[in-house]
Design a protein around this ligand. Sequence first.
Ligand code: MG
Length: 369
Amino acid sequence: MRISRLTVWHLTLPLIAPYRFSGGRQRVEALDTTYLRMETDEGLTGWGEGSPWGHAYLPAHGPGIRAGIETLASAVLGRDPRSLAALHEAMDRQLPGHQSAKSVIDIAAWDILGQAAGLPLWQLFGGDAPHPVALNSSISTGTPEEMIARIEAASAKGYRTHSAKLGGADIGGDIARMNAIAEAMPEGESITFDINRAWAPATAIRVLNSVTSRDWVEQPCETLAECAHVAGRVPQPMLLDECCHSFGDHLEAWRLGACEGVKIKPNRLGGLTRCLQVRDFCLSVGWRVHIEDVGGTALADTAAYHLASATPESHRMASWLAHAHLAEDPVPDQGVRNEGGFAAPPTTPGLGVIPDPDRLGTPVAVYKA
Ligand code: MG
């Protein structure tokens, strides 16, 4: 089986409400996402998606994903999509780094591998059933009252785990937000405070030793070294997200004792192949994991949920649904959906999301073998 054609679509999808990151880094009003259809000479077709959630969250951006696919196309066309390690080796030779572009290709190849095997991806990842995954809300930063209202709105939709974005300009404001939100959490619900790297280490140490909350704290500072410095000096359990881009970064985080858990995201790590390696490492060192994608529609969400669903519940934390923030849905009623605070991956072979090209507009690029 050989990859015969790659077709690329660029979608601009408005958010239901503007999303504000911690530290005033970026106000996101619409997502730039890329859809890829991978065709083969044996008639099987796979789909992938990549959206880096704006251009200031990661060192990745939508136009870069499409340029990356253009650069990678000649290394990908003609290869067997089922040979994932060889596919990555060829992509790495053609273009070092640029994991956000490789992720789109990798997801489409896994879709074809699953269809060829007649198995859903969760089973290829080791799962014994399409176990539902608990959902994690994502609470944009604001005043304590605004954030508590957003948490209550998420609770009404079934969410029992929440991720609140912190990291304002003043230390007192963040201490007030953390204390107020922790105090307001309903019985049976839990919260993670995601700083999105907005604090200097000194700020993180001061805030986290001042608050009463012993809830998870995520990515307090910019770099792995800074986060590791903080982790050894605060009482809260630590999650890492944006500073881990490779398997080696996770190994270094473990060596430094920098965290007790991580976010695993295909678009950041280079696809499901790399996420699977990281997931298995995390299980082996006892870390807990949130598995979700950086952004995108239900297509990208579904790819990540196949791996989340196949991860033992003892180590699996809740996953967010990026598509729940979007005002438009290019794959209506397909893939993972919020069902009472949980979402389960499809049981059909492969990814289980098949976009209708007529809904996607005119492709921006076509590459042929
Ligand atoms: Mg995060």
